[in-house]
Design a protein around this ligand. Structure first.
Ligand code: ZN
Length: 260
């Protein structure tokens, strides 16, 4: 799933290429992609001038001068490409002669005008060890599910949450309230660090439906991954376990030697 670093990588490519340009036409993919067509989004985009591409959490936002914003959520496996055909095109818009396409093979993506409530991002100044401490200290849910809950913290998905917990030496299944203050401080730093490294690396390209940027280029973050998708821990070389155990609906890897 595209997480904060992958969406930010997409945003940067689009911002550089299309800011200030006009959306000449818009087309929807097959009607089966939509319960209701995103008419407000189409109206904002068609003929509009792109002021900027922004991002909030894992959401990509197209700002149209004088009209408003259209929000793209890439869902589980969404990809944005410049040109490029597939049977999974949910949405496309032409900017000059180029077609920007949103492919959504697993159909969890969305196009619309409303941004849901989102917590602070680990890269924001509002995200501090104190914030994380208050968030975790009374909760019995697994810490991993809590840091992946976008209403609480925006931007972390399975890859980066797994890696942040490994860097903080905390097992993903522990109750939020079981973390010591020192562990919370390490985790806050780790969340920030892993996301900024992901952004610098242009995202992580692993999994079956691997991330590529709109120009088809892979990221490099997969080289810096210590437990996610690995059989052996990148820190101690011991076996990674829990890859099949589900936390918050996802497999959750950890190293039993490095993580307590
Ligand atoms: Zn280890």
């Amino acid at each position: 799933m595209p997480e904060l670093p992958e969406v930010e990588t997409v945003r940067r490519v689009l911002q550089e290429r299309y800011a200030g340009k006009t959306v000449t036409a818009v087309a929807l993919g097959k009607p089966t992609f939509y319960r209701a067509p995103p008419l407000a989004a189409i109206k904002i985009l068609t003929g509009g001038v792109i002021a900027a591409f922004r991002r909030r959490g894992k959401y990509l936002i197209v700002v149209i001068e004088g009209r408003g914003e259209v929000i793209f959520h890439l869902g589980m496996s969404g990809r944005i490409t410049i040109g490029g055909e597939s049977p999974h095109v949910r949405f496309q818009m032409w900017i000059g002669t180029e077609a920007l396409r949103f492919h959504d093979s697993r159909r969890f993506g969305r196009v619309g005008c409303l941004l849901p409530d989102l917590g602070p991002e680990p890269l924001d100044t509002a995200f501090t060890a104190d914030y994380l401490w208050k968030l975790l200290r009374k909760r019995t849910a697994p810490v991993k599910a809590l840091i992946m809950d976008q209403k609480l913290i925006a931007g972390l998905g399975n890859i980066y949450a797994t890696e942040a917990l490994h860097a903080a030496k905390v097992r993903p299944g522990r109750a939020g309230k079981s973390l010591s203050r020192a562990e919370v401080e390490k985790l806050a730093v780790a969340c920030r660090d892993i996301l900024s490294r992901g952004v610098e690396a242009g995202g992580a390209t692993l999994d079956d439906e691997a991330f590529l940027d709109p120009l088809g280029r892979p990221g490099r973050m997969q080289m810096g991954v210590m437990v996610y998708g690995r059989e052996k821990c990148g820190t101690c070389g011991g076996p990674v376990i829990g890859t099949r155990k589900s936390i918050g609906g996802r497999a959750s890897a950890y190293c039993p030697s490095c993580q307590l």
